[in-house]
Design a protein around this ligand. Structure first.
Ligand SMILES: *Cc1c(COP(=O)(O)O)cnc(C)c1O
Length: 375
């Protein structure tokens, strides 16, 4: 029986050695590895400031707080994403205003944003879904014209580029995440990157219980949280960042192996690509052809799993999550493109050390399972 997981981190002796080195020091938190990790990440992205925290969700929450988005404010975003990209507004009682997606890139449809802007709109939070860059230029224009803040949720897109510029450099601030299924991992972790010194300062304070610059441990200048990331996690991040080009190249290679085997298959669409942008591969998601139903897709997932192949239905639309339905009264049909796509997606096993034989097995199984559906 095959056992091919959906994702798996790429950890070598370098990571193990960096982590164990930290354990031989007394500096397990707020130590030199935090400072080093932040400096290296800022350099990699090409921004002035980086503030590391304990998750991507925390990073998004602190950006929302730093921009003073609050009760009653509206933030425009996508319903086709991981739930944190909308939850981060709910934490502050702001309202996510969803705009449907564009069917090829699966990102927010920028041509439909302006019709959703009201007097309460404060910001646009855009997500680079599955590592494919949103049209950041267009978003910057819209944000500027309507005096809105622009927030980047690039948690799935570390290393991606839009018009030759790295993601994380657009808008007021960006968030990246380092859960073990992301392009690089710190175990758990996230980071805020920005060129805005004030935002960086606020985030640094809020991640550490609202402490200020003074050395007074029990002086709290503002409402804060414990969103600190340990130096153990940062050491892991430093090792991964030293290998980042290798990590990204391996993912590209695995994606191309899938592409080669699936590009002429008429039963499903492979991830969109365009010479104008550089995707960073987070997951490998195919979309079954329109003639298939959600039930067909669910049967494919079940059968793949029965054969020992990890897979998932990335994503269930956020507006149809039970508590969003309850809070806002969303219903099926509200965002038809998102719903149509999310009923048909299949995320296949995707990680750096996936072998060519395993890819062959996954593709062969997928094709066989789908062709059995037609009988
Ligand atoms: C992974 C991810 C996050 C952050 O996730 P954490 O588990 O909190 O690190 C945020 N937004 C998107 C779109 C993500 O994929």
């Amino acid at each position: 029986m095959m056992n091919i997981p959906l994702s798996s981190p790429d950890i070598t002796e370098l990571e193990i050695s960096y982590v164990t080195q930290v354990l031989r020091t007394p500096n397990l938190s707020l130590g030199p590895k935090l400072v080093e990790f932040e400096a290296r990440m800022a350099q990699f992205i090409g921004v002035k400031h980086a503030v590391a925290v304990n998750s991507g969700t925390s990073a998004l929450h602190l950006i929302i707080r730093a921009l003073e988005i609050k009760d009653g404010d509206e933030v425009i975003t996508t319903p086709f994403s991981f739930i944190s990209s909308a939850n981060c507004m709910l934490f502050e009682r702001a309202k996510p205003v969803f705009v449907d997606i564009e069917p090829l890139t699966l990102n927010i449809d920028v041509t439909r944003i302006e019709e959703k802007i009201t007097g309460k709109t404060r910001a646009i939070l855009a997500v680079d879904v599955f590592g494919y860059p949103v049209e950041w230029n267009r978003l910057e224009q819209i944000a500027k014209e309507h005096h809105l803040k622009l927030i980047e949720d690039s948690c799935e897109a570390l290393g991606a580029e839009y018009q030759g510029k790295k993601l994380g450099t657009f808008g007021e601030a960006a968030a990246f995440a380092f859960y073990p299924n992301k392009q690089m991992t710190t175990g758990e972790g996230g980071i805020i990157v920005t060129n805005n010194e004030e935002i960086a300062k606020l985030c640094r304070s809020m991640r550490n219980q609202g402490r200020g610059d003074s050395d007074e441990w029990l002086e709290h200048q503002r409402l804060g949280y414990n969103y600190r990331i340990s130096d153990i996690n940062c050491a892991l991040g430093i090792a991964q960042l030293e290998r980042i080009e290798e990590l990204l190249a391996k993912r590209e290679q695995v994606a191309q192996m899938y592409n080669m085997r699936l590009k002429d298959w008429t039963e499903a669409r492979i991830p969109f690509s365009s010479p104008e942008v550089k995707r960073s591969w987070f997951v490998y998601v195919v979309t079954l052809a329109d003639r298939y139903s959600q039930e067909n897709r669910d049967n494919v997932l079940q059968e793949l799993r029965r054969r020992g192949i990890g897979c998932s239905n990335y994503f269930t639309p956020i507006h149809l999550q039970p508590f969003y339905v309850e809070m806002f009264g969303f219903k099926k049909g509200d965002f038809p493109v998102t719903e149509h796509v999310s009923e048909r997606t299949i995320a296949l096993p995707f990680y750096n050390n996936l072998s060519e034989d395993e890819i062959d097995f996954v593709v062969r199984s997928l094709k066989e399972i789908v062709s059995n559906l037609r009988r």
